[in-house]
Design a protein around this ligand. Structure first.
Ligand code: FPP
Length: 251
């Protein structure tokens, strides 16, 4: 049988309960460029196009939250030229996407050690967050200078300062940078690597994991829809037995 078209995939995905919150480790930009004999930065540039396309698809199918790992705390150690190019791409993206975010009701959010970002990125980030603050169709979170362990240390300190040794899981969760976002349902990683790489460590507790062989710059609407369809075919048990879990949507 022929592979389903994007329209068929989208219709199938829309007919079943959607994940509320999808997060993506966007990996493979460098390899995408290197296999074409191009500088790594060319892979990041094409990766920005994939960000635009995937955000549009996520919004169209009706995800509530999309979280993208755009720059890790460890990425600062990459060559200066690559870090500089990534910061410029981010600034360009934040400037060029504001109008579309407004049109599509997308609220921009950011998590990570944002004060480490250069001023010209931070200014555009703050402007885009302020302009889109009233939007409520989907929240797009960029993880920037982000590390899951760093987030947990930050949250533990804040929760301990507020609650002392009596702090519990709810207190810690309320101090995470992701507070207020829906529970993470699906974590996607592209490019065939099967690691979490310090992303959303707490939030992954009951997320479904999906690993795609596709390099991030090639990850477009069909690839996202396939990831969502895979999620929809799974049974989530949250530590219970299969018999305990109601399965009304499975046929
Ligand atoms: C990982 O690929 C990707 C990154 C470190 C950066 C991700 C950045 C973008 C997708 C573009 C800019 C972001 C936005 C939001 C506009 P890699 O370089 O580690 O790839 P490799 O493993 O093949 O070397």
């Amino acid at each position: 049988m022929a592979d389903p078209t994007v329209e068929q995939l989208e219709a199938r995905v829309r007919a079943r309960p959607l994940p509320r919150h999808v997060a993506i480790i966007m990996d493979g930009n460098g390899r995408w460029a290197e296999t074409r004999g191009l500088p790594r930065v060319a892979g990041h540039r094409e990766g920005s196009e994939a960000v635009r396309a995937v955000t549009r698809t996520a919004r169209r199918v009706g995800l509530e939250a999309l979280t993208l790992y755009a720059f890790s705390a460890e990425n600062w150690a990459r060559p200066d030229e690559e870090v500089g190019a990534l910061m410029q791409l981010l600034a360009d993206y934040l400037e060029s996407e504001r109008a579309e975010m407004m049109q599509n009701g997308i609220r921009l959010n950011a998590i990570g050690e944002l004060d480490r970002l250069p001023g010209f990125v931070r200014e555009r980030l703050d402007a885009a967050r302020a302009e889109t603050a009233g939007n409520d169709r989907m929240v797009l979170t960029l993880a920037l200078s982000y590390g899951g362990r760093q987030e947990l240390v930050h949250a533990a300190r804040a929760a301990a300062a507020a609650r002392g040794p009596a702090l519990d899981a709810d207190d810690l969760e309320a101090a995470l940078w992701t507070r207020g976002l829906p529970e993470l349902d699906l974590l996607v990683r592209t490019s065939g690597e099967r690691r979490i790489s310090n992303f959303l460590l707490w939030q992954c507790a009951y997320a479904e994991l999906y690993f795609s062989e596709v390099l991030w710059p090639d990850f477009r609407d069909a690839a996202l829809l396939e990831a969502i369809a895979s999620f929809q075919a799974r049974e989530r048990r949250f530590g219970l037995t299969g018999a305990q879990v109601a399965r009304p949507e499975r046929g």
